[in-house]
Design a binder for this molecule. Structure first.
Ligand SMILES: [Zn+2]
Length: 298
C-alpha cells in the first residue's frame, strides 16, 4: 500500500522525465568488419567469410529501445539487408524508421558520381523490399561527403531520397566538414532534399563533436550528456546522435594485426556503451529522424 510520502515521490518522478527538444536517435547498421578503421584488415572480399554479429547486436538494440519506449532511425547497409532481410523487417515492424547507409560501406569520395548513384539506388531497393516501407533517409559511410563532393545531394534527390544526415561539421582525420551549417539546411543544387548534420557545438573558435560514435565510448558519460544538452540549449537545436551495433558487443573478435590507433578507436570501452546508452535514453528525449525533422521535410 502506498503511503502519502511514496505517492508524492511517484508523482514527482512522473513529472521529472526529460524535458527539452526531442533529439534524433540513429544507428548505422553495419558489422565490425565493415568499419573504415579496420578496412585494411577486412577488404570486401573477406566479408562473407567473417563471423556475422550484426543481427544479434541490432536485435539487442531493439530490446534496449523497446524497454526505453524510444523509436529510432536505422541507417542500414544494403549488404546487411540482402543477407538479413528479416532483421530489417523486424526493425520496421517495431515502429522504427529504416533508412540507407549505402550498399557496401564504400567512401563516397572514393566513388565516381555514376558509381555513387548505382550504390544508393541498389541499397534503397533492397531496403525497401526488406522493410516494406519507403526509404527516405541516407547517411554516407564514414561521413565521407562535403564541399569536395558537391554532386552527392542532387543524385540522392534524383534517386528518391528526401534527406541526408551525412555531414559531420567537425575536423577529423577520416572525415569532417568544419565549415558546414550546424542545423538542417538545403544544399546547393537540390530543390527538396534536406541535409541534417550530426550534432556539433562551436565554442572557442572550434567545432566540437557532440553526436556520439567513438566519442561516446571515449568520454565520461556526463560529458557526452552535457554536450548534447549544450546542443539543445543552443537556440533549442535538436541533436542527432549515432552509434553502431558493434559498439555494444565486447565479445566481437579482436583483430591484433590492425594498427594501434585503429584498435584504440574500435575497441575502447565496448563493455560500457550499453549502460551509457540506457542512461542517455532516460536522460534526454528521443525519436526517429523523419519525425524529429518533420517540419523541414514537409
Ligand atoms: Zn558506417
Amino acid at each position: 500500500m502506498f503511503t502519502a510520502t511514496s505517492r508524492t515521490r511517484l508523482k514527482a518522478n512522473a513529472s521529472n522525465g526529460p524535458t527539452g527538444p526531442v533529439n534524433a536517435l540513429t544507428v548505422d547498421v553495419e558489422d565490425y568488419f565493415q568499419v573504415q578503421a579496420l578496412a585494411g584488415v577486412f577488404p570486401i572480399s573477406t566479408w562473407d567469410a567473417c563471423e556475422p554479429r550484426v543481427e544479434r547486436n541490432t536485435e539487442r538494440l531493439l530490446e534496449i529501445f523497446s524497454d526505453a519506449k524510444v523509436k529510432a532511425t536505422f541507417f542500414a547497409l544494403g549488404w546487411v539487408a540482402e543477407r538479413f532481410p528479416q532483421l530489417i523487417g523486424h526493425i520496421a515492424a517495431e515502429g522504427h524508421e529504416v533508412a540507407s547507409h549505402g550498399f557496401a560501406h564504400q567512401r563516397v569520395d572514393g566513388q565516381s558520381p555514376r558509381e555513387f548513384r548505382s550504390d544508393v539506388r541498389r541499397a534503397r531497393q533492397v531496403l525497401e523490399q526488406a522493410s516494406g516501407a519507403a526509404v527516405r533517409g541516407y547517411r554516407a559511410p564514414t561521413f565521407s561527403v562535403g564541399a569536395h563532393t558537391p554532386w552527392v545531394w542532387r543524385i540522392l534527390e534524383e534517386e528518391g531520397y528526401a534527406y541526408s544526415s551525412s555531414i559531420y561539421p567537425v575536423r577529423r582525420d577520416l572525415y569532417g566538414a568544419p565549415e558546414a551549417p550546424l542545423s538542417p539546411y538545403r544544399p546547393a543544387g537540390v530543390t527538396q532534399l534536406v541535409e541534417a548534420p550530426i550534432s556539433a557545438l562551436r565554442l572557442a573558435g572550434r567545432s566540437w563533436p557532440c553526436g556520439g560514435g567513438g566519442y561516446f565510448r571515449l568520454l565520461p558519460y556526463p560529458v557526452s550528456r552535457a554536450l548534447l544538452a549544450g546542443v539543445n540549449a543552443d537556440a533549442g537545436r535538436r541533436g542527432i546522435f549515432y552509434l553502431h551495433p558493434w559498439e555494444i558487443d565486447p565479445g566481437q573478435p579482436h583483430v591484433r594485426s590492425a594498427p594501434l590507433k585503429s584498435r584504440v578507436r574500435h575497441y575502447l570501452n565496448l563493455s560500457r556503451t550499453e549502460g551509457r546508452l540506457q542512461r542517455l535514453l532516460r536522460d534526454l528525449r528521443w525519436d526517429r529522424m523523419d519525425r524529429v525533422f518533420a517540419e523541414e521535410l514537409a
